[in-house]
Design a protein around this ligand. Sequence first.
Ligand code: 2NL
Length: 352
Amino acid sequence: MIEGLRADLDALRADFEAQLSAARGADNDEEVQRLRSSFLGPKGRLTLLLRGLGQLPPEARPEAGRLANVVREALTRAVTEAEGAVAAARRARALTETRVDLSLPGRRSHPRGAVHPTNRVVRELVDLFAELGFAVASGPEVELDWYNFEALNFPPDHPARDMQDTFFVKPPPGRKDKELVLRTHTSPVQIRSMMTQGVPIRAIMPGRVYRCDSDATHSPMFHQIEGLCVDEGISFAHLKGVMQSFLNALFGARAVRFRPSFFPFVEPGAEVDMQCVLCDGAGCRLCKQTGWIEILGAGMVHPNVLEAAGVDSERYTGFAFGLGIDRIGMLRHAIDDLGHLFRSDLRFLEQI
Ligand code: 2NL
């Protein structure tokens, strides 16, 4: 009787081991699970066989139970070990299949930024004038009428003080006496600098300025740079030398000419022209066949302006100049519409 049981158990065990080693060799975890339940589960072959032991005569049961337990433990151990081995193989496979190549170049989530063409010109001018001994100053964009017009010798009826030309700002409550404007030039910074630092002074003032103007060559906001040099004995010759030197540094060796002109804050005043960058003076569309392009305004600081800023105009003289930075950028890159510089369209900006 026991012999028959032993033979059944041996056969069952051999069968189990053959199937288990096949499943393991194929790393088939589903098959390993199926073997566990088909041999050791509630309706498994070994479970059914053990249940039949109750039919044996009482004296044979202890030995039969011992034999059956040995087999059950061996099967349980083997299937548990196979589960572990198959799971380890699956993990190893996942690691190789999803391997990350750390030597690949990174993917950019944001494109690399660049300095705007207008600010490139500002930086260049700041560097050029630093070599000539000029400092950089800045001031408010919302300015008092006094600094923007009054101190600069604008008469009360000057057209620039008209609503058509200037953005007036409603003063905050409680400051009704103060007339505020968006500065129309960076000259107020020069007045402020002379008043706080005194003279002698050599400084440039880059920044945004605002005028009621809008077409292909005018924008309500644009960029200006002004320069100021005040000391004892400063003459128009200094102005000419500084203008010639910085225009040559910016555009290469080109003829420069001064034409008499009027600005309320200078006397005498001049428009400064430069030989056309496109045709070198031969005449073209850009210079309207004249061979010259207007590049900046300049002059000797009006005594009234020096006095308004608290400077003794008997002792000190000075020159000042102003130019549109955006216009320089347009000349540099042959841009025909000022709007391109302010639309922030990368399809345009990436070309220059
Ligand atoms: C132009 C002309 C100019 C100045 C700006 C200035 C400033 C002070 C005193 C005297 Cl505080 N002058 N600035 C002088 C002449 C011309 O700008 O056409 N700019 C775009």
